[in-house]
Design a binder for this molecule. Structure first.
Ligand SMILES: Cc1cc2nc3c(=O)[nH]c(=O)nc-3n(C[C@H](O)[C@H](O)[C@H](O)COP(=O)(O)OP(=O)(O)OC[C@H]3O[C@@H](n4cnc5c(N)ncnc54)[C@H](O)[C@@H]3O)c2cc1C
Length: 371
């Protein structure tokens, strides 16, 4: 019997679970290490904050999926990988040996020191504690009409979250008061076309989001901009970009220049052929691409196929990620901005498209977990 260890229930591993649910792999014991019994789908979180979704709509139930797949779940986190000896160490103690290891743990959050001291800090990763704390934050924001929110990070997640929060506060209170600031020292939506940025600026203005195009740091008593202007915020949502998980550096696995796990054409570690990775934790050194859920989803089928091939001692298959991906950015009300290479569009049809894609994606896990 060979053992496959899956670390993390990210997008690609959900696909592996679904594949195993359809047909088990003979002679293979599969163990999933995951800290949470469910996986929250980030793409629908801004829509949940805006009030368009219930949390259940945005959640893939990991335990029923694993049960249907015959996969043993260990509710814990991998805190170390010893690639040479072939085992992972768990945070609560103990080790699990593997013949083949697959990592889909996502990334950590890149954050300036000092920001983490803010009492109202809401880091967007991991999503599970973020979602729990946002519910507390919303209650206090509805109680105190003076309380403000700062969102730090001008990437797609930061923009969507700032718009969702502003829209929700206006919808709940009926007051058109400016209570949300979006701080983006690295620019607004870097990597997106000018037409997308223009539409995002217009959406931020419509929702009354103050845009501060400067870095924000922790001042002596509160947040302040790089120019030294204080930034009042009871709650600070940190959507500050990705960082490699700390345990990767000691794993003995070859890393890409950005510090993430270096994988090649079959999502296989370039240093250890029995280790695979997909999603934000990995960087394709032969075909670099942005870290986003779209790529994690697309890697699922190839990862699944290659894990099975590796376990059977068969050659792995190559996979070329798409060169560019479609982004549909929710803008607060049931509207979205389409970003596809140089193309931009926006409106309620774009939201309906996004909603259809997201719900369809979630349904495949929500229904297969119940069967
Ligand atoms: C608010 C928000 C909105 C976003 N919207 C979009 C979008 O619309 N489209 C898009 O393409 N991208 C979007 N992204 C980016 C997207 O969330 C990530 O790129 C994507 O989640 C990466 O998927 P993944 O499979 O690598 O891992 P994740 O989805 O991060 O899942 C990893 C899982 O592994 C668990 N885990 C972490 N560490 C360990 C460990 N050591 N051991 C075991 N388990 C572990 C985590 O808790 C988590 O459950 C958004 C991000 C945010 C924050």
């Amino acid at each position: 019997m060979k053992r496959l260890v899956l670390a993390g229930a990210g997008h690609a591993h959900l696909h592996v679970l679904r594949t195993l649910g359809a047909a088990r792999w003979p002679g293979v014991e599969v163990v999933l290490v995951t800290p949470y019994p469910r996986q929250i789908y980030s793409g629908m979180v801004p829509g949940w904050i805006a009030g368009h979704y219930r949390l259940e709509d945005c959640v893939a139930p990991v335990l029923p999926l694993a049960a249907a797949a015959g996969v043993r779940v260990v509710q814990d986190v991998v805190c170390a990988v010893d690639a040479a000896r072939g085992h992972v160490t768990l945070a609560k103690g103990g080790r699990i040996n593997f013949d083949v290891l697959s990592l889909d743990t996502g990334a950590g959050l890149a954050m300036d020191e000092g920001l983490s001291d803010h009492p109202g800090l809401l880091p967007v990763r991991p999503l599970e504690p973020f979602v729990a704390r946002w519910e507390q934050a919303l209650a206090t924001l509805l109680d105190d009409a003076q309380a403000r929110v700062a969102v730090i990070g001008g990437g797609a997640a930061g923009v969507e979250l700032a718009l969702a929060v502003a829209y929700r506060l206006r919808r709940e209170t009926g007051a058109a008061v400016q209570r949300v600031t979006l701080a983006c020292g690295g620019g607004l939506l870097p990597g997106h076309a000018p037409g997308v940025v223009k539409r995002a600026r217009a959406a931020l203005a419509r929702q009354g989001v103050e845009l501060v195009e400067q870095r924000v740091r922790a001042g002596t008593s509160a947040l302040e901009t790089a120019a030294g202007t204080p930034l009042a915020a009871a709650w600070v949502i940190a959507a500050t970009g990705v960082a490699p998980p700390g345990w990767l550096a000691q794993s003995g696995l070859a890393l890409a220049p950005d510090g993430f796990l270096a994988v090649g054409k079959g999502q296989q570690s370039v240093s250890h052929p029995n280790v695979f990775a997909a999603g934000d934790v990995a960087s394709r050194i032969d075909a670099p691409h942005a870290k986003s859920g779209v790529y994690a989803v697309r890697a699922g089928p190839v990862l699944s196929g290659n894990l099975r091939r590796a376990l059977a001692g068969r050659p792995i298959e190559a996979y070329r990620p798409q060169r560019r991906s479609l982004y549909l950015l929710a803008t607060g009300p049931q509207e979205a901005i389409v970003s596809w290479g140089p193309l931009a569009a926006s409106g309620s049809l774009a939201w309906r498209w996004k909603d259809w894609i997201d719900r369809r994606f979630m349904r495949q896990y929500q229904s297969s977990g119940e069967e």
